[in-house]
Ligand binder design. Structure first.
Ligand SMILES: [Zn+2]
Length: 353
């Protein structure tokens, strides 16, 4: 590391708001991008293709190639990346987590700027510097680069199924337990936390959990959610790793992903695990519960018919997911406590049914 100060990358374009998608051409032109390759998520050309193409045409931005992508296999992305036209100035990924990861990695391989255009709020992947790809059949987080630009149309986010909003809420509230794990690691000499990254991530989650709302589909609430997820991505960039946004609650979710045939959405699993871990840490669990109650997150979880045995196994498996870390779940006494809470907590009794 550079001892005189660290260099971090932050997105040059950050547009989060109602109607942002129809202005994508202007945002690109305004940043000097005139030759673009655009990847859409599965089925999304039909939904957003016309609007995006019209916006680009209006600004005279040439689309060298556009297509739908449905693979996150490393081999596929490498092949894709090296088929990209050499005139390309920017790669745009429009869609959910998969296409964002694939397009981000292709751009990274070709050293091209990447525009991240998430159409759902299911996780903070749209603002992270890493990509989750399939390597030898296993979902693996590989280093990539922070997006040059993030463009989020809150009208698009609102039109996605509401479970994606719940997933985003779960992934955002998770910063509460993730940060507490990070402090714990620091206090016990396992790592040295980065104060600035800590501050950014803390401000992001606090601003989010304190946002008043009538409905989770309110424009202000969605903007707050997406802005906060984007800020957390910056916190990771500053920290040079995912510790500010991903702690023991994420380990439980990653374990569930490995164990289950059909896991739930990332932020749904992470959110449930966040509540469990906030009780283990005995830190802000009332706040976590209030957010999940008021937003309807818990009501949604109740409809899923989840298995507590799965979560019990996931708690045991959690430390093996990231053996080099030392979260609360890396200690046996806290794993035991987590399992006890899983079976005895009144809120969890209700939502697991
Ligand atoms: Zn996450």
């Amino acid at each position: 590391m550079n001892m005189t100060g660290s260099q971090i990358a932050i997105p040059t374009i950050l547009k989060v708001g109602n109607g942002a998608l129809e202005k994508i051409g202007a945002y690109m032109k305004g940043n000097g991008f005139e030759q673009a390759v655009i990847y859409f998520g599965n089925g999304l050309i039909e939904m957003f293709g016309y609007e995006v193409m019209e916006s680009l045409k209006k600004e005279g931005v040439t689309v060298l190639e556009y297509r739908e992508l449905d693979s996150v296999r490393m081999e596929d992305i490498i092949e894709l990346a090296f088929s990209i036209d050499s005139k390309t100035q920017v790669i745009v990924g429009i869609g959910g987590g998969k296409v964002i990861d694939a397009a981000k990695y292709a751009a990274y391989l070709r050293k091209l700027p990447f525009l991240s255009v998430p159409t759902s709020s299911s996780s903070d992947g749209f603002s992270s510097a890493s990509a989750s790809l399939l390597v030898n059949g296993r979902r693996t987080s590989v280093p990539a680069r922070m997006a040059y630009g993030i463009i989020v149309d809150t009208a698009v986010i609102r039109s996605a199924p509401v479970k994606f909003i719940y997933s985003g809420i779960g992934d955002m509230v998770a910063k509460i337990t993730a940060l507490y794990d990070w402090v714990y690691e620091d206090q016990n000499g396992y790592t040295e936390l980065n104060d600035f990254a800590m501050m950014i991530a803390k401000k992001a989650v606090n601003s989010f959990v304190r946002t008043p709302f009538a409905s989770i589909q309110d424009d202000l609430f969605l903007k707050e959610l997406l802005d906060s997820l984007a800020m957390s991505g910056i916190a990771n960039e500053i920290a040079g790793g995912s510790s500010p946004t991903s702690g023991s609650e994420h380990l439980i979710s990653h374990a569930l992903d490995k164990m289950l045939e059909t896991p739930q959405l990332h932020g749904i699993q992470v959110g449930i695990a966040t509540y469990i871990m906030s009780r283990v840490q005995d830190h802000r669990y009332k706040r976590v519960n209030t957010v999940f109650t008021q937003t309807g997150f818990w009501d949604y979880v109740e409809t899923l018919d989840l298995n507590r045995e799965d979560y019990e196994k996931a708690i045991d498996m959690a430390p093996s997911i990231k053996p080099h870390r030392h979260t609360y779940l890396h200690e046996e006494k806290y794993r035991e406590l987590a399992k006890e809470i899983l079976w005895e907590d009144e809120v969890l009794k209700r939502v697991f049914g």
